[in-house]
Design a protein around this ligand. Sequence first.
Ligand code: TXA
Ligand code: MG
Length: 326
Amino acid sequence: MSVVRVVDPDVDGLRTAGALLRAGGLVAFPTETVYGLGAHALDPVAVARVFAAKGRPADNPLIVHLATAAELPQVAAEVTPLARALAATFWPGPLTLVLPAVPELPSVTTGGLSTVAVRVPDHPVATAVLAEAGVPVAAPSANRSGRPSPTSAAHVVADLGAAVDLVVDGGDTPLGIESTVVDARGSRPVVLREGSVTREDLGMVAEVDAHVAAHGAGPTASPGTRYRHYAPTCTVVLAAPGTAGAHAARLHEDGMRVGLVATEVAPDGVVGIARFHDAVDLARRLYATLRDAEDAGVAVLVVEAVPEQGVGRAVMDRLRRAADGA
Ligand code: TXA
Ligand code: MG
């Protein structure tokens, strides 16, 4: 049985990661949001291996990662004034811009679309890996398709094992929720996927086009939002603030093994999976929490809802899809 190589982000580890990426290998590395599974974005064979390793549908395109914004013309055929303004404000950072793609980008990377999704991550290990690679790196979240996104190297190893050539271990990722995907081809940002850059943040640069919801089924919606992201082995139930503990206790009394993720302490008999203070804290720990609930063998996981503002919108988006698979 082959075993995946996990390395520290030291000089040797980073050099190996860069060389592997240039040569068509698969390298998982941390970003400020979640771990990415990287491959040379211009190498169709390498990118095809990413889809195979994840079990990802071929029509769900990948985000291309760059070390610096100066490399944007390598993948985007046109950089709109809106994209320029958003990049100047939020890069490096958890904002992905959808722009017209250059023809050199293989269609396997773009899922056959004429656009490319691109971002400059804000994590020292990601930046170093990308700089060592010296090429644009396509990197979806480094989970098996249908699993929670990985926020630690251990999650990557658990999901992908030897399908990855190298995992660079940079510890837990600081934000925990994926980047915000924005169509930046027009004059207003259209949010295709809610994420770590909030609508409020975007609004400081340009008025957000409110007409297209993140879940919009139209052709502009982010293809990945059509798929159920997470098929939990437990049922996820959302409860209004102040009601989660009592709700969990009732289910426990009905004879179920129940887990709780809430701002309050778990009542007797209920498995306390995680206690959080606010939406930012829950965002950071959400995916690990879902994995922990599965490991704890709970049948039902009661999660306290957070207000739909700021990053709370992205958290509730992920939770709703975990809860009902919409
Ligand atoms: O934070 C993140 O974005 C992480 C880290 C690793 O950077 N990456 C990530 O990638 O979440 P992934 O593949 O799990 O999600 C990419 C999302 C999907 O919903 C995909 O459909 C969408 O971006 N996307 C990619 N290319 C697109 C395009 N050309 N137009 C619209 N949506 C696109
Ligand atoms: Mg993903």
